[in-house]
Design a protein around this ligand. Structure first.
Ligand code: FAD
Length: 384
């Protein structure tokens, strides 16, 4: 699919949109008056103001990019200076060091989405800074299905292909048709088809090649409504009262997913410290079958097409002795979901990393499985 070049997309129907789950996920800071798109902010913020973990020290320099031209110009100029760049969307998958970021932080704030005719007219394209969940709402309101199980995921459209966001049996790769990027190495705008994006479980070419690609917009391809994609997750099917593989109204799937996510603290809520997190902190480990078979039979697992086995990280964590709410200080596991590390108010990045290392080590000594973090760690890493 060829995406429209350069110009910002029309914000089709935005004023009619109902509030979406992600509206509260974007930090309040960028929309405060006084911040001009594209111009450098003289008093850079703390990264804690830009991330859902609410941790992270100061940015050395800071720009809000509201147009593609501003975004490309800011990144190009930093590259020419040899200065590191950190792209921030909703800040919902970032754990930034307490020392902050020693370079340019660019808040990606390009907005707009539009229908994109492609034969049967079920394509759509969204700018990188649109909240992902606003896009999902828009697709459903415009008769497009396929993204409903991805409802309520915080963050932006531009970050969605980076880790190939996924939930409830769906992933962004199911609907993404193309990704338009600024390639910092080649200094040009390029469009990747989905097949070239290297999508995998919580990964992509863009995640595997850090510091090269700036996502500008994402083109998607949907199915005609009103029915959802086949339900591919047993918990969701159970909630909806159907068998896995069945289809129901896509709007029912969205409602069900939002309800389930809410019970787990997986919807952003500024008043709820269980959501001051990056969602799941650990990926489900994908193991060779010979290793998976040695785990207790009760461990939930999913056979993969390449013969490996994906195992529930939440089960391993809980069975290794880390229950909901685990932790004594300001960094604790969520009181509703052991996979989420949370900041109870005054946690630092170091506190969260220490908790993450304790969980990783506990699971490793109980089951010989090393959990890998899902969020992007900036300027910090899990202690060995
Ligand atoms: C409560 C909660 C629930 C969550 N649930 C889920 C879930 O169900 N499934 C799931 O997959 N994730 C989940 N997440 C994680 C997170 O929401 C997603 O990973 C999301 O896609 C991150 O988007 P963001 O805009 O906040 O990215 P950020 O956190 O701002 O950035 C993440 C990475 O993407 C890069 N990036 C951002 N914008 C661009 C761009 N335009 N071009 C290139 N690189 C860019 C950043 O540099 C960084 O490396 C959850 C998080 C929270 C807080």
């Amino acid at each position: 699919m060829t995406l429209p070049p350069g110009a910002p997309l029309a914000a089709d129907g935005r004023s009619q949109r109902p509030p979406s789950a992600s509206d509260s996920s974007r930090p309040a800071f960028p929309d405060q008056p006084g911040f001009q798109g594209g111009s450098e902010i003289s008093d850079p913020p703390l990264l804690s103001a830009l991330t859902t973990f609410r941790v992270g020290g100061p940015a050395r320099r800071f720009v809000i990019a509201r147009t593609e031209a501003d975004l490309i110009a800011a990144v190009r100029a930093a590259d020419a200076r040899g200065e590191p760049v950190l792209l921030v969307g909703g800040g919902s998958n970032l754990l930034v060091a307490d020392d902050g970021f020693p370079g340019l932080v660019v808040l990606v704030a390009l907005r707009g989405f539009a229908a994109q005719p492609d034969g049967d007219g079920l394509g759509a394209v969204a700018s990188a800074g649109e909240p992902w969940d606003d896009f999902v709402v828009w697709t459903l309101a415009h008769g497009r299905t396929g993204a409903e199980a991805l409802s309520g995921i915080p963050g932006t459209v531009g970050a969605a292909p980076v880790q190939n966001i996924g939930a409830y049996g769906a992933e962004a790769a199911d609907v993404i048709a193309s990704v338009r990027v600024f390639d910092r190495q080649r200094d040009e705008v390029r469009t990747f088809t989905a097949a070239d994006c290297g999508f995998g479980y919580r990964t992509s070419l863009f995640k595997q090649t850090p510091d090269r690609y700036v996502v500008l917009s994402v083109g998607c391809r949907f199915q005609p409504g009103p029915l959802s994609a086949p339900i591919a997750y047993s918990e969701l099917a159970h909630y909806l009262g159907v068998e896995a593989g069945q289809q129901v109204r896509a709007t029912f799937v969205r409602s069900a997913v939002l309800t389930i996510r809410g019970t787990k603290g997986m919807l952003p809520d500024p008043g709820d410290p269980d959501t001051w997190s990056a969602g799941s902190f650990f990926k489900n480990p994908v193991l060779p079958s010979a290793q998976a078979v040695r785990l207790p039979a009760a461990a939930p697992r999913w056979a993969q097409s390449d013969g490996t086995v994906k195992v529930s990280a939440a089960w391993l964590i809980e069975q290794a002795g880390f229950s909901k709410g685990y932790g004594a200080g300001p960094a604790r596991l969520s009181s509703r979901h052991v996979l989420a590390l949370t900041n109870r108010g005054t946690a630092t990045a170091a506190d969260l990393l220490a908790l993450a290392a304790a969980v990783r080590d506990g699971v490793r000594s109980a089951y010989g499985v090393t959990l890998e973090p899902e969020p992007v760690l900036v300027g910090c890493r899990l202690p060995d």
